[in-house]
Write a protein that binds this ligand. Structure first.
Ligand code: 3HC
Length: 297
């Protein structure tokens, strides 16, 4: 059996889940020269994902940042499928499905049965325990977190997360792979909720929402303060909308349930907006209304 511990031997990357993150991961991998098997159980989502990639690659050509031949070649390297069995051809799989433990465990159990035993199974989870996901497989040493950031083609970082049983060889392989994708890595040495970035980000977003709840400042002014006073590219309300309010809520709630620390507790305003169907930029309405220009709801 050939061991695929060495990043250089990874040629085909499987991506399970063709939402925003899966699309970004697939696009980044294809541009870096990998063959990509992009799988989502919903065929329409796969088609939309490939169309989105095509749109971004065409924009890059228009801006003179990508040669037309390279655009066509990158897109040709992506094979979309609605059949998980097709992932059997991958040398490494990155899972980017819905952020629910039961769904991830089911997916990893299936991948464990489909993929060659030496194949590394990585999760793009933003908070869920890698150890718990890995327990659904017979290869916990080859299960690892690869946490990408949105928009994946632009953001430089990948957080590598070590589960309890993740081997050194697996960590080395995914660090090498991230480098081949043009990314910087940090290593989360413990499988700790929220890893590094979300442990810092979520209390910041929650605190901004509490400023709003207390009537201290408007979202516009909080965003302006953080952009101009801290030089962040986006203020916290714009960023919360960009991530998706349902995702923000889920991650905060998970951190709160794990740490029992009120600084992670999702603020009421977040729940209210979600109940009102405002999920952020993805459905046109969150803290701001994107259909009619940035405006507080
Ligand atoms: N795919 C590919 N390229 C994209 C893209 C996408 N989805 N979105 C933007 N881009 C590209 C644009 O084409 C543009 O490319 P160019 O420089 O070659 O022309 C470049 O990114 C910059 O985009 P824009 O000019 O449209 O806009 P900005 O300069 O305002 O940058 C931004 C947009 C990169 C999103 C910037 O505002 C930013 O960095 N925001 C913060 C994002 C952030 O914090 N992300 C992390 C979220 S947390 C997370 O993901 C973790 C999760 O677990 C919660």
């Amino acid at each position: 059996m050939m061991a695929i511990d060495n990043a250089a031997s990874i040629r085909t990357i499987g991506v399970l889940g063709a939402g925003t993150m899966g699309t970004g991961i697939a696009q980044t991998a294809a541009r870096a020269g990998f063959d990509v098997i992009l799988c989502d159980l919903d065929r329409a989502i796969v088609e939309r994902s490939v169309a989105t990639m095509d749109q971004f690659l065409r924009k890059a050509v228009e801006k003179g940042k990508l040669a037309e031949a390279d655009r066509a070649a990158a897109l040709a390297r992506v094979r979309g499928t609605a059949d998980r069995a097709d992932l059997a051809g991958a040398d490494l799989v990155v899972e980017a499905i819905v952020e629910r433990l039961d769904a991830k465990r089911e997916a990893f159990r299936a991948l464990d049965g489909l993929c060659r035993p030496e194949v590394i199974l990585a999760s793009n989870t933003s908070s869920i325990s890698i150890t718990e996901i890995a327990a659904a497989t017979g290869r916990p040493d080859r299960v690892v977190g690869m946490h990408f950031f949105n928009p994946v083609p632009v953001m430089q970082l990948v957080e590598i997360v070590r589960g309890h049983y993740t081997s050194d060889a697996t960590v080395a392989a995914v660090r090498g792979l991230a480098a081949r994708l043009g990314k910087e890595t940090v290593l989360c040495r413990k499988d700790s909720p929220g890893f590094i970035v979300n442990r810092i980000l979520m209390p910041m977003l929650a605190e901004a929402m509490r400023l709003l709840e207390e009537g201290v400042a408007t979202p516009e002014d909080v965003d302006k303060a953080v952009q101009l006073g801290l030089n962040h590219p986006m203020g916290p309300f714009t960023l919360a909308d960009f991530i998706g309010l349902d995702v923000d809520y889920y991650v905060m709630d998970y951190l709160y349930s794990e740490f029992r620390d009120p600084r992670f507790a999702p603020p009421r305003v977040l729940k209210e907006l979600i109940r009102a169907g405002r999920l952020g930029r993805k459905n046109g309405r969150g803290f701001y209304d994107y259909g009619h220009g940035p405006r507080m709801c």
